[in-house]
Design a protein around this ligand. Structure first.
Ligand code: PLP
Length: 418
């Protein structure tokens, strides 16, 4: 079926509400996406009709809920084109997925048989200058714990990685390269395969933060070639409280656990414990059952629309918005100013007007955008600005909403220059 944004919008109950007496224009999907009714229903249905704990009970509800939870794992595996369902680990969000890796990697230093992952003084951990804090801080902490050096690939004036720095920063000393697919602050889409190939050539582990990619473009982990890919459910029209870490099975099988507890063990003795195979080794305790099941529904939802269709819709919106916003005198786009290799997230500044004021005045027009450093403070430091205003689009965004944004920003500017 052809993509029809008005049909899509009917699936999202919140989009029919008003804010300050005017229709809501929700342009903050990069922060968190709204939920279609099917996702809301999936979570409620699980609690209303099937709820029990997973993997523990032999009774009917226990078996139904385990089936639903493991079914969500199958759906996510298919969504990512993962070779095996056992490569899908449910986490609380992508922040936890990245921390899981960082802690498992440092635990590897004291685990027999995990030499491949040993990190210590002289080794290097690489990120980029455009990372979300959740892909900076865990690696800085890993560097502190292990004595390794933390490095980054810089960004240029347009908001792209400095291509010529990639081969220098990723070198024979590099153990880990963790980088964002699509920047939440700039909208930039990075050359994932190019970076993954370089990481592989030097024997480093590659990790892709796909938080802003999973909702917006087709993701195929086999095609990307990375070792690990993570995303977060709430940005993919799914519930809060659930994220995903995909990892190549041979690597997961060698990695020691992050958290210890129930369900992640093989046997437990007072003299010591052994651990379950992946993915359960990395899912200690009662998981986020209803959220994972509803994430499976969200995956079904976007798959039925088509990730290619979503990408094309959002590409057109991005081009339209870049044109509209740049027609405002003095407005500066922070990030790529053309629609090439960029996603539907646009950060901007207005001379002499604080981004928070812009966002607050837009809210009075019913327009929800985000202002701040977007948990990517080094980006603001790079461009010498305290913050940006950010408009971000999703499957339900319309050109009328972008017109409202452009009118709203124009009005804010007029108010401040009066
Ligand atoms: C690129 C990127 N990575 C990681 C995160 C962290 O997501 P969460 O807070 O769901 O863990 C975000 C959230 O904004 C993001 O945009």
């Amino acid at each position: 079926m052809a993509f029809d944004v008005e049909t899509v919008r009917k699936d999202f109950p919140i989009l029919s509400r008003e804010v300050h007496g005017v229709p809501l224009v929700y342009l903050d999907s990069a922060n968190s996406a709204q939920k279609p009714q099917v996702v809301i229903d999936a979570e409620a249905d699980l609690y209303a009709n099937h709820y029990a704990n997973v993997a523990r009970a032999v009774h009917t509800l226990g078996s139904e809920v385990t089936h639903a939870y493991e079914g969500a794992r199958d759906k996510v595996a298919a969504f990512l084109n993962a070779p095996s369902r056992d490569e899908i680990i449910f986490t609380r969000n992508i922040t936890e997925a990245l921390n899981l890796l960082a802690y498992s990697l440092s635990n590897a230093s004291t685990t027999i048989g995990a030499d491949r992952f040993r990190i210590g003084p002289g080794d290097e951990i690489v990120v980029t200058e455009m990372e979300h804090h959740s892909n900076i801080v865990p690696w800085q902490l890993l560097a502190q714990r292990t004595g390794a050096t933390f490095r980054w690939i810089p960004i240029d004036d347009e908001g792209r990685l400095v291509e010529s720095a990639i081969d220098e920063v990723i070198n024979e000393r590099t153990k880990v390269v963790s980088f964002v697919y699509q920047s939440n602050a700039l909208g930039t889409i990075n050359p994932v395969r190019r970076i993954v190939e370089r990481a592989r050539a030097v024997g480093a582990i590659s990790i892709v933060d796909a938080a802003q990619a999973a909702p917006h473009l087709p993701l195929d982990v086999q095609d990307l070639g990375a070792d690990f890919v993570a995303f977060t459910g709430h940005k993919l029209y799914g519930p809060t409280g659930v994220g995903v870490l995909w990892g190549r099975y041979d690597l997961l099988a060698q990695l020691p656990p992050f958290l210890g507890g129930g369900e992640m063990i093989e046997t437990v003795d007072m003299s010591g414990s052994t651990f379950a195979a992946p993915p359960h080794r990395f899912e200690a305790g009662t998981p986020m059952i209803a959220q994972a099941v509803a994430l499976g529904t969200a995956v079904d939802y976007v798959t039925a629309i088509g990730m290619h269709e979503i990408r094309e819709h959002e590409k057109a919106l991005t081009a339209y918005a870049l044109d509209g916003l740049q027609s405002i005198d003095g407005l500066r786009i922070i990030g790529p100013a053309t629609p090439v290799d960029r996603g539907a997230t646009i950060s901007f500044t207005l001379p002499g007007i604080h981004p928070h004021d812009v966002a607050q005045l837009l809210d009075e027009e019913g327009i929800a955008v985000r202002a701040g450093h977007h948990c990517a403070r080094p980006v603001c430091v790079r461009y010498g600005i305290p913050a940006t205003t950010r408009a971000s689009f999703g499957v339900y965004t319309t050109t009328d909403e972008i017109d409202a944004l452009v009118r709203g920003v124009d009005k804010v500017k007029e108010m401040f220059t009066r």
